[in-house]
Design a protein around this ligand. Structure first.
Ligand code: FAD
Length: 321
């Protein structure tokens, strides 16, 4: 029996959803394999996260210091490295997020523990973890096992494990620790959070979203889908490439680096269904996908799918309306 560590993520005074998703999965693993669940918190003084984490875990190890209020990979790495060496947890879970992508490879090198990234499922087989990842843009699943090691590191894809409402609360023990002595001065420095701007629409409040992806082809084609959205009384949203190409402003973007939306109906035109996009629509009611590639991963999460040219479908809908 060992520990499962979950590295808690927070931003601007709030625990991030990925933390609860990892705690939920880790708790399930602990129930089937009699490990202990430990949430690791690196945060500012009086952040107030400890009590929330203790509801999920058997134990919370908290480092609370003003230097840790905002994520700093250099500092966090050093503290986590020390902690992992001290406790040798069976498993350490981090989000497959900007935090985890920065921390996990360095921790793997420092501790010598094997790492598998971007996992969508975790099981234990015998005395080792076995994880599931998506490959070929989400078209295939692959199972990955680890070489034998005293501990294992995993980054978890956001949205892979959604905790149900009303999870039974624990009364985890809280262990507050001082920062390790002689921490190296970090080479990185936080400068500022840059707000992307509120914009003139709020896709998070829309009941009906018509969303476009790279499949729309070029900027001029957006007008025809915008027309459809107007006819339907829908709000226009999009995937990230549409924003990256400057076809639409950032506040239209759905996904992990955009916004999470919860419309009653979500129509996806020419969106492949990459996990970073799909993670933003887990709260949507009915998802309707239009994509000319019938193997596109979006069809896995769609309630209804049309495997056809998006412009043909948009024209037909407009005519009907
Ligand atoms: C750190 C990070 C964060 C990210 N955050 C986000 C995020 O927040 N949101 C997000 O969306 N992405 C995000 N991404 C990008 C993500 O990985 C995908 O690259 C992106 O979602 C793909 O967008 P897409 O589906 O529009 O384009 P593509 O994957 O290129 O898909 C286009 C689809 O259109 C279809 N198509 C083409 N022409 C037609 C046609 N005429 N009719 C019908 N279908 C057609 C194609 O079959 C294809 O499936 C992120 C990536 C990283 C690394």
């Amino acid at each position: 029996m060992g520990d499962i560590f979950v590295v808690a993520e927070h931003r601007k005074g709030e625990i991030r959803e990925i933390t609860l998703e990892m705690l939920f999965k880790a708790r399930e693993l602990c129930q089937t394999s009699s490990h202990n669940l430990t949430a690791i918190l690196l945060g500012g003084k009086d952040a107030g996260f400890v009590d929330d984490l203790a509801k999920w875990a058997d134990r919370v190890i908290a480092f609370e210091d003003d230097r840790l209020e905002i994520f700093n990979a250099d500092l966090y790495k050093e503290i986590l490295d020390t902690l992992i060496r001290e406790h040798t947890p069976f498993l350490t879970l981090m989000g497959h997020t900007s935090w985890g992508m920065d921390l996990a490879p360095a921790l793997s090198i420092r501790t010598g523990f094997p790492l598998v990234t971007d996992c969508v499922d975790i099981q234990t087989v015998g005395d080792r973890p076995m994880v599931t990842r998506q490959i070929y843009s989400g078209k295939l699943f692959s199972k990955v096992s680890f070489k034998e090691s005293p501990g294992y590191l995993i980054t978890v894809r956001p949205g892979a494990f959604l905790p149900p409402d009303g999870v039974e609360e624990s009364q985890g023990k809280v262990v507050r620790q001082e920062l390790p002595a002689g921490l190296t001065e970090p080479k990185k420095e936080f400068v500022e959070f840059v707000d992307t701007g509120a914009g003139d629409i709020d896709i998070t409040q829309a009941e009906l979203l018509v969303s476009i992806g790279r499949g729309v082809g070029e900027e001029d084609n957006i007008a025809t889908i915008r027309e459809l959205a107007d006819l339907m009384g829908a709000t226009l949203s999009c995937s990230r490439p549409v924003v990256d190409k400057n076809w639409l402003p950032k506040f239209h973007q759905v996904g992990t680096s955009g916004k999470s939306v919860k419309p009653k109906v979500y129509l996806a035109f020419g969106i492949s269904g990459a996990f970073q996009h799909v993670a933003g629509i887990t709260g949507a009611g009915t998802v309707i996908a239009i994509n000319k590639d019938r193997k596109a991963p979006i069809f896995r999460v769609a309630d209804y799918g049309i495997a056809d040219d998006l412009f043909k479908v948009a024209d037909a809908l407009k005519e009907e309306l």
